[in-house]
Design a protein around this ligand. Structure first.
Ligand SMILES: NC(=O)c1ccc[n+]([C@@H]2O[C@H](COP(=O)([O-])OP(=O)(O)OC[C@H]3O[C@@H](n4cnc5c(N)ncnc54)[C@H](OP(=O)(O)O)[C@@H]3O)[C@@H](O)[C@H]2O)c1
Length: 334
């Protein structure tokens, strides 16, 4: 018998144990991250206008497709409208809705945000849903914006803070309206938020660098803003789309050793959601009628869950709010 050979026997045992553990790790990953609840709402959006930042790719684009199918006018933003045209063509072809537009917006550039908001206020008579979806992730970046702010924090949080402020009047004119801030499960990781005001190596607010902190700030913004908008008819939600196969992780490619990266990307591909599945919780926050009246919540897999406990720290939320107002050069909000 072949199994009488100890080399064959031990090789078989080792391979079996290896396959067992790989399956276990895959099943664990799938159980934790690789599923979602599909949005079953039949809400139609004829006559409604939706803005989706970062709608050219990934979760933003799939959200645009769904909301376009419901009849909404969709405005997606990108830093490069030439690249955006392809997405526009795809959304029109897939939905048959031709009321789709692409506009330029760079969230790291205050001038670009002001220009975009002015254009919107001139061209649109209403804004029903604002989805703050654009983001970057790169744990090793040391880039700063031209104002000296951390690049990730500026893109993912500060830019959206200013944009939301500038579009608030239009949202108030279109009540009941909604603001949806896209966060991440990673917002749960920080134990503290270090609101330093001094400079460190030329980076202003150095303690705020990093994807997780930016995503924590996004949830705190949703909570703080919802309190300020109580009774206004504008609801604010924070959402975790889940682990999704998108372009978000491309910057990792140059930073991680090739062999480890291959294994990591293979694993992530196996357990993560498609962009369409990742968009489901965002779509739910945008259209689900039963959510009306529960502003300030954090949604994961289309269920209300507790976010990081720091998001309930009123003093810290207020400090972050004041700091954001100062960075954006704003005097009064809401
Ligand atoms: N993928 C995941 O596993 C995952 C997990 C949790 C949370 N999320 C969140 O889901 C949201 C969507 O991410 P995704 O996975 O769909 O990523 P994605 O496909 O990479 O989309 C990110 C978008 O952000 C835009 N963007 C980047 N920098 C910008 C800037 N400076 N100004 C304006 N727009 C900028 C990009 O638009 P242009 O290149 O066209 O300018 C791009 O379309 C993000 O908020 C992300 O944090 C994703």
């Amino acid at each position: 018998m072949v199994l009488d050979n100890p080399i064959v026997f031990y090789t078989l045992v080792t391979v079996t144990i290896f396959v067992f553990y790989v399956c276990l790790i895959l099943a664990g990953g799938k159980f934790l991250f690789g599923w979602t609840r599909h949005c079953k709402s039949k809400t139609r959006l004829f006559g409604k206008t939706v803005i989706i930042t970062g709608g050219r790719t990934g979760v933003g684009k799939e959200t645009a497709v769904d909301l376009a199918e419901r009849g909404a006018r969709i405005i997606i933003t990108t830093r490069n409208c030439t690249r955006g045209e392809e997405a526009i063509k795809e959304i029109k072809n897939r939905t048959g809705n031709y009321n789709i537009e692409c506009m330029e917006l760079d969230l790291t550039d205050f001038d670009s945000i002001h220009r975009f908001a002015t254009r919107i206020k001139q061209s649109e008579i209403r804004l029903d849903i604002l989805i703050n979806c654009a983001a970057i992730i790169d744990f090793s970046t040391t880039n700063v914006t031209k104002y000296g702010h951390d690049y990730i924090f500026a893109t993912n949080y500060i830019g959206h803070f200013l944009l939301t402020y500038l579009l608030l009047d239009l949202l108030k004119l279109s009540v009941p309206s909604r603001i949806i801030n896209i966060s991440s499960l990673m917002h749960m990781l920080p134990f503290d938020l270090d609101l330093k005001t001094m400079c460190d190596n030329g980076v202003k607010y150095p303690g705020l660098s990093g994807y997780m902190v930016s995503k924590l700030a996004v949830v705190m913004h949703a909570r703080s803003l919802s309190q300020r908008l109580t009774g206004s008819g504008v609801s604010v939600y924070a959402v975790n789309p889940g682990l999704v196969k998108t372009e978000l992780y491309i910057p990792f490619k140059s930073k991680i050793p090739a062999c480890f990266l291959k294994v990591l990307l293979w694993y992530l591909r196996k357990i993560s959601l498609t962009p369409k599945a990742g968009a489901q919780c965002v779509i739910y926050a945008a259209v689900e009628e039963s959510l009306q009246g529960s502003s300030g919540i954090y949604l994961d897999k289309s269920k209300v869950v507790d976010g990081n406990k720091l998001t309930k720290n009123e003093g810290l939320c207020q400090q972050l709010w004041d700091m954001s107002m100062e960075i954006c050069g704003l005097q009064q909000y809401a």
